[in-house]
Design a protein. Sequence first.
Length: 205
Amino acid sequence: IGEIIQALEESGMKDETIIIYTSDHGDFVGNHGMVEKAAAGQNVYEDILNIPLIIKYPGQSKGNVKYELVSQVDIMPTLLEMIGVECGELKHPLQGISLHKLMQENISPVREYVISESWSQAAVITRDYKLGIMLDPTDYRRKFDYRDFGDMFFNRRTDPLELQNGIKDKEYAMQISLLKSYYAEFQQIYPDIGKQQVLQSFINK
C-alpha cells in the first residue's frame, strides 16, 4: 500500500486520486471450527462478511471511523456522486447507495438492512439482528448442498460472536419474520442475473 501511495506521490497524481482499500471476504482462522472462507458459513458469519472498507479522497485531511450498515455495492454509487457523474436511465436499479454524505457531512445512510448473497447462502443484516438463509444451490452445485445445516438467526447485540443460533427461539419469531420479509423485498427488486448467468454457463458446458 505504501508503495502504491509513493508511486502516486512521485507521479503527481496523489491529490487527484481516490484510494479504496477493501477485501472480497474475511477468514475464519479457526472460528466456528472452520478455516479460510469455508463454504458451510461463508455468507453468514461476521468472520467472513465484516471486511475493511477505507475510502480516501483528495481534500480530506483526517479520517473518521464509522460503524454503519454498508456494503461493497455502495462503492459504485459513492464514486459516481464524488466525481459528479449521473447514473441516467438504468435497466436495473443499483443495489447500493452513495456514502458521500456520510463521509463529507457525517450523515448516516437511511437503510434498514443489507443483504449478502451467494450461491448457497443469504444473510439479512440489520443493526441488531442477522438471519442466515440456506439456499437451493442450483443443479450445478448440488454436491455442495449445505441446507441440512439449517437457517440461522443471531442477536448481534447480545451475541456478537454468533454462537447462539436463535432460529427456533419463539422470542425472536417477530424479528425473524421481519428479516424474511426484507429478503423477499430484495429478491423482488433485484433480479438474480448473476446466479442465472453462472448456471447457464455450466449448462452450456
